[in-house]
Design a protein around this ligand. Structure first.
Ligand code: URP
Ligand code: ZN
Ligand code: ZN
Length: 470
């Protein structure tokens, strides 16, 4: 006996059609018109869209950072994802500079063990190379790909913590090219930014607002161009994470037009929040918005939306890295000590739908592409997730385009105590969420509750496909 979803509109990255969807066990068994109801539990999806479960490829769960640890562990973080219609996350394992990639992987698998509630995968952040010419670590990259990790993260910012130099980046890119793996880049010129940061601190500019002003959009553009140029020299495919502004977008498009195998994501916060509106420089409360890259001037938003519509940016993620206000207070008197990061995984689909589709900036099909299908393909799991098609995991969301929903900390599942979009009412929300065939969220009858067992989420092994360019 399966679950038969009837009367809904199935939306793919290409088209929409009235189709039935049959789920048997953990997979989608059939998609078609007039599927036979006999023996199945029928779910009536009249008025609803049937879309593939969201995939957020940029989260930081249980991550030590800025002298503390992000406020969502694998349980609360993945439950929050599910409640908002996201059924897979890709989190980051971070290599400790003195350790191996294998040790980092073990640490992150332990963090997730028995805790993840939806499926997840990991990128591996390389922060140091060991052995002659880095060979020990570079060889480990191959082992990582065998373990299902097909993307490597490099930070061009956060000096003395995570930042790498160009030599390391180049060597990792060469290796990634030989493995068909994808290089994910936090692109900001960390050295230049640090000069500005130190000067501001010396001038007594300590409020959260200065965090944003210390990180010029051009420092992001410069690093974006450098990363793509170096990747192009090595033949590696590259994916720029959390691209936040028009200058960085120019750099991306410039290199894309010249044939570089370059992809990018932006995040919900850069699409709808701004320096002028959220961080006018008046209060400590602005620490809520201290993340990196910072909020930009409002004029950068429309170019990002346009890039989503025309395909130069192909993914919307969140960079979910929540901290409570108590944690943020580590930097009460010095913005340099405020843990960088904000919450978002629960609200990605709602924000993208409301400000994208409802506002006429993107189509429902583009919404599906940006939130699920493209992330699956780019990150080497398109054969398992990201589409409503027979044989794939039954990660299925019944999306109610007319449901009004107010985003607020009081009712959110995310583990911190504020919401970036506090009090905003959006139209469009997940009504029911199936993860590998199991109904894990029913926002129609039990809003905000996670109905599955803790620890049911599985690690997803991903293929090396050079971001889909291979
Ligand atoms: O502020 C942020 N984004 N924190 C998480 C680490 C990163 O740079 O992605
Ligand atoms: Zn980053
Ligand atoms: Zn991040």
């Amino acid at each position: 006996m399966g679950t038969l979803i009837k009367n809904g509109t199935v939306v793919s990255a290409e088209s929409s059609a009235k189709l039935d969807v049959l789920i048997e066990g953990e997979t989608i068994a059939a998609v078609g018109q007039g599927l036979n109801e006999a023996g199945h539990t029928v779910v009536d999806a009249t008025g609803l869209l049937v879309i593939p479960g969201g995939i957020d490829v940029h989260t930081h769960l249980d991550m030590p950072f800025g002298g503390t640890t992000s406020a969502d562990d694998y349980t609360t973080g993945t439950q929050a994802a599910a409640v908002g219609g996201t059924t897979t996350v890709i989190d980051f394992a971070l290599q400790n500079q003195s350790s191996t990639l294998k040790e980092a992987l073990e640490i992150w698998l332990k963090k997730s063990d028995g805790k993840a509630c939806v499926d997840f995968s990991l990128h591996m952040a390389v922060t140091n190379l060991h052995g002659t010419n880095g060979e020990e670590t570079l060889n480990e990259m191959e082992e990582m790909t065998k373990a299902g990790i097909s993307s490597f993260k490099l930070f061009m910012a956060y000096p003395n913590v995570l930042m790498i130099n160009d030599e390391l980046m180049f060597r990792v890119m060469e290796k990634a090219a030989s493995l068909n793996a994808l290089c994910c880049i936090h692109a900001e010129n960390g050295s230049a930014i640090d000069v500005v940061v130190a000067r501001m601190a010396a001038e007594g500019k300590t409020e959260p607002h200065w965090h944003a002003l210390s990180r010029d959009p051009k420092a992001e553009a410069e690093a974006t161009h450098r990363a793509i140029a170096l990747a192009d020299m090595t033949g590696a495919a590259v994916y720029i994470v959390h691209l936040s502004n028009e200058y960085a977008l120019d750099a991306l498009e410039h290199m894309q037009a010249r044939g570089a195998r370059a992809l990018a994501e932006t995040c919900t916060q850069y699409l709808v929040l701004s320096l002028e509106e959220q961080m006018p420089g008046k209060s400590w409360e602005e620490a809520k918005f201290v993340f990196t890259p910072p909020l930009r001037e409002k004029r950068h938003q429309e170019p990002l939306w346009k890039a989503l519509a025309d395909g130069s940016i192909t993914v919307v993620s969140t960079d979910h890295c929540p901290f409570t206000m108590e944690q943020k207070a580590l930097g009460r008197d010095d913005f340099r000590k405020i843990p960088n990061g904000g919450p978002g995984v629960e609200n990605r689909m709602q924000i993208l739908w409301h400000f994208g589709v409802n506002a006429g900036r993107i189509t429902p099909e583009q919404f599906v592409a940006l939130s699920s299908t493209n992330p699956a393909k780019i990150f080497g799991m398109g054969g398992q997730k990201g589409r409503i098609a027979a044989g794939l995991d039954a990660d299925v969301v019944l999306w109610d385009p007319n449901k009004e929903y107010t985003l607020q900390a009081a009712t959110q599942r995310m583990g911190n105590d504020y919401n970036l979009f506090e009090g905003w009412t959006v139209k469009g929300n997940a009504a029911k969420v199936f993860s590998r065939g199991e109904l894990v969220v029913d926002n129609e009858t039990q809003p905000g509750a996670f109905l599955g067992a803790t620890g049911r989420g599985r690690f997803v092994k991903r293929e090396c496909n050079a971001g889909g360019f291979a």
